[in-house]
Design a protein around this ligand. Structure first.
Ligand code: TYD
Length: 214
């Protein structure tokens, strides 16, 4: 966490400014499986709580619909078939519902939101991992972003994507003994492409403010 806070320091100053202006903070924490992003997300939540209501949500998940989709999406090796574009759409469905049901109302009442995964994971896993074309993925993401944020009534929301990065071997060793889900059991090539995407997320999502944490 020390590393995370050091890296975030310049932006933490901006966060203070946001608090002064009663704005909300929308942080998305991203990274490969085993990168420690969920631990970082929990720590960030504790750090932000003194500054106001702070909620931590998870993608896919948190809502009833999202939780059901999560179960499907993490067990894609069963009898149910989903092509890669269908997978993309299912992740986005979970996101739309989470945004509509929880994130958007929270930002509108001035709360801070920390999201365990989001748009960065879609680019890294669907586009670079499973090879759904970048043009399709980015076009759909852009259209959805415009739709989801079209009537943002909260005064000012500072958005930031925090990427946690660890070497693939470290991530692998952390997951030893764990029952792996569909995404965690992908081959080394897939994992290397996903990590590479996260490391280059600032180029893949040029309109977003991306902070990298070692
Ligand atoms: P995660 O919650 O990190 O799993 P865990 O409970 O094991 O920590 O994420 C679930 C998986 O979903 C993860 O392997 C990445 C994948 N995912 C995508 O492929 N695309 C997406 O858009 C999102 C949000 C997640």
């Amino acid at each position: 966490m020390t590393a995370a806070l050091t890296c975030l320091q310049p932006d933490m100053e901006n966060i203070q400014d946001i608090f002064k202006h009663r704005g909300s903070l929308f942080l998305t924490v991203e990274g490969t499986d085993g990168s420690g992003k969920s631990t970082q997300a929990e720590l960030l939540k504790k750090k932000l709580e003194p500054y106001g209501e702070t909620i931590l949500v998870q993608e896919p998940g948190t809502t009833e619909l999202g939780t059901q989709l999560r179960r499907m999406l993490l067990r894609l090796d069963g009898p149910m078939q989903a092509c890669h574009v269908a997978e993309l759409m299912l992740f986005l469905t979970a996101r739309v519902q989470l945004m509509h049901e929880i994130i958007y109302p929270a930002l509108n009442r001035g709360a801070h939101v920390i999201c365990d995964r989001g748009i960065g994971s879609t680019i890294a896993y669907q586009c670079c991992g499973t090879s759904v074309s970048y043009s399709l993925t980015s076009a759909v993401l852009k259209a959805l972003e415009n739709h989801l944020w079209r009537d943002a009534t909260h005064s000012f929301t500072r958005r930031m994507i925090v990427v946690c990065d660890v070497p693939t071997e470290v991530a692998k060793s952390r997951m030893q003994g764990k029952k792996l889900d569909h995404w965690e059991s992908q081959d080394d090539g897939f994992k290397a492409r996903v990590r590479h995407a996260f490391r280059n997320l600032h180029d893949l999502l040029p309109e977003h403010h991306v902070v990298h944490v070692d």
